[in-house]
Design a protein around this ligand. Sequence first.
Ligand code: BTN
Length: 260
Amino acid sequence: MPLTHKAIIKNLNPATRELIPNIRIVFSVTSTNDILLLEKPTQNTALFTEEQTKGRGRLDRVWISPPHTNIYFSLAWHFKKNISELSGLSLIIAIAIIRALKSFGISHNIKIKWPNDIIYDNKKLGGILIETTNLKSDSCLAIIGIGLNVNLENAESIDQPWTSLKQITGKNHDRNMLAALLLNHLCEVITEFEKNNLTHFMSEWKNHDALFGKKIALKISSEIKSGIAHGINSQGALCIKTAKNTVETYQIGEVSVNYN
Ligand code: BTN
């Protein structure tokens, strides 16, 4: 079934409809993030598409976006905060996706790999790409791009271990219902984040942290930092216990991990 405005709206909470007054679905775009970054909508806006011809991931990766298969969307959200106060945003968006998947009946083994990869059984199920622009000194616009592998069966061109809800459960899933649940949970979590901060989500993060206690290597440009993952700090930075038993924190980088 194609994505439709009617089928998404049907399952939205009244609060979500108020918080995101503008919800659009298009057939094909380069990247939903690119469109909203250019447009800078004045109201909170969700833009869904059936396919992306230039879907982008973190660290300049391509996000493979075949038509009618998965969920690809961006949410433009206005924050009454300076960009510098949004350091934990990408982490709490991952928590919103986990909550949405749980409410959809899929919770077993779904984890977050810092900073915000949604993984199942050590394979990537979804990803988040957030791009922010300051509007004034006390307000900014975040473009929150989310890709979730829903009914994907084959994708030889994905260059990392991946999975989809179809692979996990053996059946196709209703993307309209999932889209609505994602928006509902995003609104709930972002509102909680606006009132509190990242500390409010710490226990939820711990429950879904794919890395805690694992031997990891963090790549920052050409440097590699190795150690044991030790959760996150109040700013969302990754904590690594080194061989000298000190804890170092890192805001950026790409983690490789031996899950065994
Ligand atoms: C990642 O894990 O590297 C992030 C992937 C983000 C993909 C989504 S799909 C919708 C939005 N538009 C894009 O071009 N990227 C994000």
